[in-house]
Design a protein around this ligand. Structure first.
Ligand SMILES: Cc1ncc(COP(=O)(O)O)c(C=O)c1O
Length: 395
């Protein structure tokens, strides 16, 4: 497939065929893969096949097939994100992984946790609770420059908030409210030099960016595979650096492994967390295979092209300047543009109800923005229709 697709990112015809791989409802223009990314048909089928195996002989599935299949899924996923299976467990989503890190963190009342004002709201809640329980001050929030001009500004705004009480730094790889790629490699390197542990919140980065987690040298990396990788809903991972393995505890304690199989390492506690259908995890290899057949670089180039097209058209419509500089080092498959509207939720609802367009419009730091996600089932015509619909609703 790579050969025909690598031809031209701008050639709509070349990409048309791929759109039928998704089962989105007829007539819906879905521009919110960044919140909830649906899996293509063959990934759905892989998940359903595993589910069927479970339903048709549960004992055979759980006792004999599950552990080797999970190890295979973990191994393939680990390779895809640049680490190895002993450092990575499958969890439901990035939120779950973040909770494991927070509940394993053993903060003391003197400790500080640092995050940025572009972190996902639920991540802030997780750390607020952990700090509260430890009797520590609430997480300290570094204000990122916004609009932003340089990565150095971003890095300085974070490290200027580090004190000798800072125990852990939490940063997104790609931010949720602003779709900005943060320079996490430099951030982790600098944190390492001063002995500060790092946790990267990376659900948007899997597939949007080439990942080499081992080389980041972060302490923790949490992600959801049901975003840009288009794996089934309920599939994510937690990476833990070997220097932190001994500190990690599961948030849900069960057998860890079935039967009388010994527990040999931290990952074993995450194999069995009670009876459940693990099919989403086991279908991750199908999602990786799908993306690799398209070509990871072709995927990134096409979706960045669409995101850039959306950005340019929306800037033209709104007359507002974008908040990030241009270029793939700043944003990948999502774009984020200011919109002048008094009621963002009413505008989002009207786009859906009157035009069948699903796209998030929300406030951030006193202004309103639209965040457009572009995946392989999107095209230029859909973005044109979004712009026309917005033009009508905003006039
Ligand atoms: C940056 C970021 N972190 C964490 C999450 C939580 O992802 P999930 O709901 O898959 O756990 C999101 C969801 O959009 C996000 O954007």
């Amino acid at each position: 497939m790579e050969s025909s697709l690598s031809g031209s990112v701008e050639n709509e015809k070349v990409w048309k065929e791929l759109q039928t791989e998704w089962t989105l409802r007829e007539g819906v223009i879905y521009l919110n893969h960044g919140s909830f990314g649906p899996p293509p048909r063959r990934v759905q089928k892989a998940r359903d096949d595993w589910s069927h195996q479970l339903d048709s002989q549960p004992m055979d599935f759980f006792w004999r097939k599950f552990e080797p299949a999970l190890l295979e899924a973990r191994s393939q996923l680990a390779k895809f994100v640049g680490t190895t299976a002993p450092n990575l467990v499958c969890v439901d989503n990035a939120t779950y992984g973040m909770n494991v890190v927070a509940q394993s963190s053993q903060l003391s009342a003197e400790d500080e946790v640092l995050l940025t004002d572009h972190e996902y709201g639920a991540v802030r809640r997780v750390w607020e609770r952990s700090c509260r329980r430890a009797g520590a001050p609430p997480p300290k929030v570094a204000t990122l420059p916004f609009p932003v001009d340089s990565q150095e500004q971003v890095i300085e705004s974070i490290f200027s908030q580090v004190t000798d009480r800072t125990r852990l730094l939490i940063v997104s790889h790609i931010t949720s409210p602003t779709a900005m790629t943060l320079p996490v490699a430099t951030i982790c390197q600098r944190a390492r030099k001063i002995g500060l542990a790092t946790c990267i919140d990376g659900p948007h980065a899997v597939a949007q960016l080439p990942l080499d987690i081992d080389s980041l040298d972060c302490d923790f990396y949490t992600a959801s595979c049901h975003k840009w990788l288009s794996a089934p809903f309920g599939s994510g991972f937690l990476y833990v650096h070997p220097r932190q393995h001994a500190a990690i505890e599961p948030v849900v304690l069960s057998w860890g492994r079935l039967g009388d199989m010994p527990r040999k390492s931290w990952v074993d506690d995450f194999n069995w967390i009670g009876s459940r259908d693990p099919s989403p995890f086991l279908a991750i290899p199908a999602a990786i295979q799908f993306l690799q057949e398209v070509g990871c670089e072709a995927f990134r180039a096409r979706t960045h092209y669409l995101a850039t097209y959306a950005r340019e058209r929306l800037v033209e419509l709104s007359g507002q300047q974008p908040t990030l500089p241009a270029g793939p080092e700043w944003y990948g498959s999502m774009t984020h543009v200011p919109l002048k509207t008094k009621d963002p939720l009413a505008l989002q609802t009207a786009l859906w109800e009157q035009h069948g367009i699903e796209v998030p419009i929300f406030g951030f730091e006193g202004r309103n923005f639209i965040r457009v996600s572009c995946h392989l089932y999107n095209d230029r015509e859909q973005i044109d229709r979004l712009v026309v619909a917005l033009g009508k609703l905003l006039s």
